[in-house]
Design a protein around this ligand. Structure first.
Ligand code: MG
Length: 152
């Protein structure tokens, strides 16, 4: 067994879509970033790469590469899913976001991530939390995600 840990955060700004696990969540702000800023996919990808003993997404998909501007993070999810094909035991994640409530979207996000990673939906779990008004996330200025993965 091998374990991997990943974490990501992005600033939330107006005029950008809020994308989590490849699903667009209706909201007045979204993630700023060189790519689409999908913090959940980025955290999961880094967890998988860590468990594989590889580098990190910043090295594989550098934010200085102009050809990656606006990149759909589904590309990253599919690629790390390929690298870990058949070896993912489970992935557990936490998304910390003050608003909106993610409850209504969690199931769709899980389904989409399972498809992108080619794993069963039962192998991925998402916990949504708020920051209780504390810090940048608590002020609604940022969104964070953490992920842990176990590979066989
Ligand atoms: Mg990121």
């Amino acid at each position: 067994m091998r374990i991997g840990l990943g974490k990501d955060s992005h600033r939330l700004i107006e005029g950008r879509p809020l994308i989590l696990g490849g699903i667009v969540i209706p909201f007045e702000k979204g993630e700023d970033g060189h790519s689409d800023g999908d913090v959940l996919i980025h955290a999961i990808a880094d967890a998988i790469l860590g468990a594989l003993g590889m580098s990190d997404i910043g090295e594989l998909w550098p934010d200085t590469d102009p050809s990656l501007k606006g990149m759909d993070s589904a590309v990253i999810a599919r690629k790390v899913g390929e690298l870990a094909r058949g070896r993912i035991e489970n992935i557990d994640t936490i998304v910390t976001l003050e608003r909106p409530k993610l409850g209504p979207y969690k199931d769709r996000i899980r389904e989409n991530l399972a498809t992108l990673l080619s794993i069963g939906k039962e192998s991925i779990t998402i916990k949504a939390k708020t920051a209780e008004g504390l810090g940048a996330v608590g002020r609604g200025e940022a969104v964070e995600a953490e992920a842990i993965v176990l590979l066989r």
